[in-house]
Design a protein around this ligand. Structure first.
Ligand code: MG
Length: 269
């Protein structure tokens, strides 16, 4: 068994990355020897190699506390910081949602980002107005769609039952959340979502479904869960045509849901 040197300067170009592309995980024979490769990467660094580049320094944002909105980390693309919705559009025009007191309120249809995204970390905060009457799917419904078509549901789920695969934190019509940590109406709920877009090969065959981990008010409710396809109402989800990056869309379901502190960090390089 050949192991990595702890002294040789890196990176080196060798057979290992080539093999790693061909056999991403496991053992690859090289004549009489074999090397451990892969485990998800083709990295070729020695353990504790001081030549390995340092992670980029990022200034962390702040968490929302009570009625004080938090801030984004320094490397995030800020989509909404309370000032305007210029990062979004309604159709081909300016976003129609109303911005008041640093909060965006659903109005006049869905909004979607002007920029397209693939794999991302998304932070978004939402509130059902305290005086809003809700019943099941009615009254407190929105959602965030990745690649414009894979919905993580936003819904009042505090003392409000509905079908499990349509409650807050669900992949709509697919996967219920693992638990329900929804806060009461009038309080901010926070989603931190790590989304990986689906992949297709050159023949248009799906090679990896889209996936997301959803952290809801600090609680994991979806753990690297796979989407069955484009989320839909009363219909089994399937994947449509292969696609690349797309907008992130936020739903207007006819309810005046409030939003604040929306930011995204692309994760696909
Ligand atoms: Mg919805």
């Amino acid at each position: 068994m050949k192991t990595q040197s702890t002294t040789t300067a890196r990176p080196r170009t060798s057979l290992i990355p080539v093999l790693a592309m061909a056999v991403p995980v496991g053992l690859a024979a090289t004549g009489t020897a074999a090397v451990i490769i892969g485990l998800g990467t083709a990295d070729d660094w020695a353990v504790h190699d001081m030549n390995r580049p340092q992670p980029t320094v990022v200034s962390a944002g702040t968490s929302t506390c009570g009625t004080t909105a938090g801030t984004a980390p320094s490397d995030a693309i800020v989509l909404f910081d309370g000032s305007n919705l210029d990062a979004f559009k309604s159709g081909n025009g300016p976003a129609k949602w109303v911005v008041e007191d640093g909060v965006a309120v659903v109005n006049g249809g869905d909004i979607q980002t002007r920029e397209s995204f693939g794999d991302v970390q998304l932070h978004i905060e939402w509130m059902i107005p305290a005086d809003r009457k809700t019943n099941g799917q009615a009254g407190g419904n929105s959602g965030v769609f990745f690649n414009n078509q894979y919905e993580v549901q936003i819904l009042n789920a505090f003392e409000n039952e509905t079908y499990a695969d349509g409650t807050a934190g669900s992949f709509y019509g697919q996967h219920p959340p693992l638990v329900n940590p929804c806060r009461p109406k009038g309080q901010w709920n926070v989603y931190d979502i790590i989304y990986t877009a689906p992949r297709w090969d050159d023949n248009g065959e799906l090679t990896a479904p889209g996936r997301a981990t959803v952290i809801f008010n600090g609680v994991v409710v979806q753990n690297n869960q796979a989407f069955w396809g484009s989320t839909a109402h009363m219909r089994k989800a399937t994947y449509g045509a292969p696609h690349g990056p797309g907008p992130i869309r936020i739903q207007d379901h006819g309810d005046p849901i409030r939003f604040q502190n929306i930011w995204v960090r692309p994760l696909d390089g």
